[in-house]
Design a protein around this ligand. Sequence first.
Ligand SMILES: [Zn+2]
Ligand SMILES: [Zn+2]
Length: 80
Amino acid sequence: MGICPVCNGLEEKYFTCSTCGSELEEAGRLMDFFDDYSAYMPIDLMKLEDGYPEDYAKGLCPHLYKCPTCYSDVVQFIQE
Ligand SMILES: [Zn+2]
Ligand SMILES: [Zn+2]
């Protein structure tokens, strides 16, 4: 597993909301949410669990971003 620049504070990634165009706020590693809050995850994010082995093989680190304007949750895969 490589080193994710976002997890390690080396780099900040900026993404915009596909719904309203606002700048998304980084909310943490998706895996941290599965550890602590898996019971509360929205259904569409839970589906992503099936894709994890492939994502790790490609060296991608899934992060959760939130839109402060419309409260959308967006998963972005950071290249490690
Ligand atoms: Zn990461
Ligand atoms: Zn938005």
